[in-house]
Write a protein that binds this ligand. Structure first.
Ligand SMILES: [Zn+2]
Length: 222
C-alpha cells in the first residue's frame, strides 16, 4: 500500500506474553509454553526472512499470575531474547511500568541471554527515568501530552508510541495513530529548537536500536 499512502510499515511480531495465562487455562501450562515457544521461534524466522524487523511484544504479564505461570513467563522471556539475539534484531518488551530497579532486572535478564540492552525497548513506558538509571534499556514513552513534554529534551535514546490494540469493541482504548506526529508538530510549534530533539525518536534511536534509517515519505521536504 506504500504507493497510495506513502506510509511504510515495519512489522514487530511475537506471541503476546499476556496470552500465556489465558492459553494455559485451556491447554494446561506446559502445552501453552510449548505453543508460545514455537511461535517465538517462528517470529525469529520471520525476522531472518525480512518479513519483520523485531520481536515484540515479548515480556511478562503486567498483572498477578500464579507462581508457576510467572516462572514459565520468565523462561519464555529468556527464550524470546535468545531468539532475538540469534535473529540479530531488537526486542520490544511488555511489562508493568519500570523504575530504576525494574530496568536493572530487565537488563540482567538480557545479560544472561547474551542480548544487548541497547536493542531492548521498554514499550508503554509511563515514567521518565534518567538514562543513567535505565541500565541501557530504551524507553518507548506513551505519547500522552504530559509524557511527551516530560520526555522531549531528555538524553537519547527513546521513542514515543501510541500502543496498538486490534479490538474494535474497545474504541479509544489506546491513543490514535496520528498522535505521535501531532505531538511532534506541536512541540516544534511551541519551540522550534525541539526540531533537533525530535531527531532522537524519529532518526537516531531508530538507527541505534533497529540498525536502519527509517524510510521517508515522498511528501517530506526536510
Ligand atoms: Zn504491551
Amino acid at each position: 500500500m506504500e504507493a497510495s499512502t506513502a506510509v511504510t510499515v515495519y512489522v514487530v511480531i511475537a506471541p503476546h506474553p499476556t496470552d500465556l495465562p489465558r492459553l494455559s487455562e485451556s491447554l494446561g501450562l506446559d502445552e501453552a509454553v510449548g505453543v508460545q515457544k514455537a511461535a517465538l521461534d517462528l517470529a525469529g524466522q520471520w525476522v531472518r526472512e525480512h518479513r519483520a524487523v523485531a520481536l515484540g511484544e515479548v515480556g511478562l504479564p503486567h498483572f498477578a499470575v500464579p507462581p508457576a505461570t510467572a516462572e514459565a513467563a520468565s523462561t519464555l522471556l529468556r527464550h524470546a531474547l535468545e531468539v532475538a539475539r540469534d535473529a540479530d534484531c531488537p526486542a520490544v518488551i511488555h511489562s508493568s511500568d519500570l523504575d530504576a530497579g525494574g530496568f536493572r532486572s530487565l537488563a540482567e535478564v538480557a545479560r544472561r541471554a547474551g542480548f544487548p540492552t541497547r536493542r531492548l525497548v521498554k514499550h508503554f513506558a509511563r515514567s521518565v527515568v534518567p538514562s543513567s538509571d535505565r541500565a541501557g534499556v530504551v524507553p518507548s514513552y506513551l505519547a500522552s501530552r504530559e509524557l511527551a513534554s516530560a520526555s522531549i529534551g531528555t538524553e537519547a535514546p527513546w521513542f514515543w508510541e501510541t500502543d496498538y490494540l486490534d479490538d474494535p469493541g474497545r474504541p479509544g482504548a489506546v491513543l490514535d495513530l496520528a498522535t505521535v506526529p501531532r505531538r511532534a508538530r506541536h512541540a516544534i510549534e511551541r519551540a522550534p529548537s525541539n526540531r533537533e530533539a525530535l531527531r532522537i525518536p524519529f532518526e537516531t534511536s531508530v538507527r541505534s536500536v533497529y540498525g536502519f534509517t527509517p524510510a521517508r515519505g515522498p511528501g517530506r521536504s526536510t
